[in-house]
Design a protein around this ligand. Structure first.
Ligand code: BTN
Length: 240
């Protein structure tokens, strides 16, 4: 792997370890077998039982703060591509960065991304990309809207193969121009063209998910036909 790897049996969250390492100015990959306080987006708890991939990548990208949004798109794309290659299944992306498996009519979450960025003025000091993938662990009994690769394939996969492929895809995508990244993301999107509800600390918004703008926002057409730019939040797909 092109990064220094720190491996732990158990941690509170790989995000915590990553932060300490990032503060020392290092780039690294932190992997843990289990997390006791796994963090999800929007302050949620992230179940991290043995058998999954729970890792945080610390990088010092030469991005401006304005381009930081690209990192979540790159990370979710890299994760999706690695899963497709190693598990041999097709997966989709739900805005902003959930990796989804479609089973009959249901959409089940396979993996999620959590991005933390430290920036000074406009320059990114470091970024911590937390990636959680349900691989050989059970999850659907704990989280009904989630699924693991083992639950799909009825067999175990080598987590190392997925991690290696993911890091390779990630490094390759870092070199790709932003417009292309967004187009690759859109090709795998389950959200665009759908009626959605966006949950945000400042309130909920409903509308039609139109597109992703060049600066990474979700363009939402509301009932009163306004077009809103949504930069963060959680998205629920509604039945059309
Ligand atoms: C989400 O809510 O979808 C994001 C989940 C991110 C989970 C990963 S697991 C490794 C890293 N450490 C954490 O505590 N969270 C991220």
């Amino acid at each position: 792997l092109p990064y220094k790897v720190y491996y732990y049996k158990e941690v509170t969250s790989t995000m915590d370890i990553a932060k300490e390492i990032a503060e020392k100015g290092e780039e690294a990959l932190i992997i843990a077998e289990t997390q006791t306080k796994g963090k999800g987006r929007m302050g949620r708890f992230w179940y991290s039982p043995k058998g999954g991939i729970w890792m945080s990548l610390v990088i010092k990208p030469s991005f401006s703060l304005k381009e930081a949004y690209l990192l979540t798109y790159i990370a979710s794309l890299a994760t999706a591509l690695a899963i497709e290659k190693i598990a041999g299944i097709k997966v989709f992306l739900k805005w902003p960065n959930d990796i989804i498996y479609k089973e009959n009519d249901k959409e089940k979450k396979l993996a999620g991304i959590l991005l933390e960025v430290k920036a000074e003025i406009d320059k990114i000091d470091y970024a911590i990309i937390g990636i959680g993938i349900n691989v050989n662990n059970e999850i659907s009994s704990l989280v009904p809207e989630a699924i693991s690769l083992k639950e799909i394939l009825k067999k175990e996969l080598k987590r190392k193969d997925i991690i290696k492929e993911l890091i390779k895809e990630f490094k390759d995508l870092l070199k790709v121009e932003s417009i292309k990244i967004l187009n690759l993301w859109k090709d795998k999107s389950l959200t665009l063209g759908r009626k959605v509800k966006i949950i945000h600390p400042e309130g909920e918004k409903m509308g039609l998910a139109l597109d992703i703008s060049d600066d990474g926002a979700l363009l939402l057409k509301t009932e009163d036909t306004k077009i809103l730019k949504i930069y963060s939040g959680d998205c629920i797909h509604l039945r059309n």
